[in-house]
Design a protein around this ligand. Structure first.
Ligand code: NAD
Length: 260
């Protein structure tokens, strides 16, 4: 059985959605989980549901001083950081020509610079302990491309590069760095574009159906993969990506061929 008994984990973007489910899964495995987010009210609500093994800490992942504060507070209270899950991210949907440069930069700042700063912040305590596991939540859009998602796609591909370089750099200190690449998440992330998307709902349905396992990916399956990567069950797994995509990146599916 996978256990994180006596371990301390940070999950960013844990106020809601995928991050909240990851936090609950790590709590259920026995970890003390620090849920870090910019959404203070939602974050406090999430930890209230998770119980005494969870606490909330305000964190803007783009702010290095925020990271220093967070790591200092955890080290003062618990004396260890075993796990960091870099889950916080933002989305921008828009064509290349309609995407302002500042928007592109803002997406890279949260989705890539954030995990870089987080990895940097926990590296010291993890090196001192001679152990640690860092998991980035990327996306299927970090494995392939998707039109009108250039800023987000670029940020998620960058995460996989960050994971590889840091896995090599930190491996001899007992620290592993891996990436999960889910093909679904919290639908709320798309909320600003819901109205425009209603025009082509069938196209998004077709996108989901053309997979080895049709349909969306349950959030719990993302959390389960994260749990595996954070635990000693994956003790020699580092520098890899796990697609959690129902086989979407396995190849192409032509329905008629299955009838031949
Ligand atoms: N939603 C999807 O369809 C989908 C698909 C594949 C991958 N993912 C990935 O899953 C992860 C979780 O996303 P989600 O689906 O739960 O979306 P979400 O929008 O519900 O959650 C993202 C969380 O990140 C937090 N956040 C945003 N900016 C932050 C910052 N600067 N500092 C700290 N926290 C910040 C938000 O407050 C929010 O709680 C993300 O990495 C996302 O890219 C999502």
């Amino acid at each position: 059985m996978i256990t994180l008994e006596d371990q301390v984990a940070i999950v960013t973007g844990a106020a809601r959605g995928v991050g909240a489910t990851i936090a609950r899964t790590l709590v259920d495995a026995g970890a003390m989980v620090v849920c870090a987010d910019i959404r203070d009210d939602a974050g406090e609500g999430t930890v209230a549901e998770l119980g005494p093994q969870a606490r909330f800490h305000h964190l803007d992942v783009t702010d290095e001083a925020n990271w220093t504060n967070l790591v200092q507070a955890i080290m003062a209270d618990y004396g260890r950081i075993d796990v960091l899950v870099n889950n916080a991210a933002i989305l921008h949907v828009g064509t290349l020509e309609s995407t302002p440069a500042d928007t592109f930069r803002a997406v890279q700042d949260v989705n890539t610079t954030g995990p870089f700063l987080g990895t940097k912040a926990v590296a010291g305590p993890m090196k001192d302990a001679g152990r640690g596991s860092i998991v980035h939540v990327a996306s299927i859009d970090g494995l392939v491309g998707l039109n009108a998602l250039s800023a987000y796609t670029a940020s998620k591909w960058a995460l996989r590069g960050l994971a590889r370089a840091t896995a090599l750099e930190l491996g001899r200190s007992g620290i592993r760095v891996n990436t999960v690449c889910p093909a679904s998440g919290n639908a709320t992330m798309f909320a600003p574009w819901f109205e425009q998307m209603t025009e082509f709902l069938q196209q998004t349905e077709d996108y989901l159906e053309n997979r080895a396992i049709p349909g969306g990916v349950p959030i719990q399956s993302i959390a389960n993969a994260v749990l595996y990567l954070t635990s000693d069950a994956s003790s020699h797994v580092t520098g890899i990506d796990i697609p959690i995509d129902g086989g979407a990146t396995a190849g192409h599916f032509i329905p008629g061929f299955n009838t031949i």
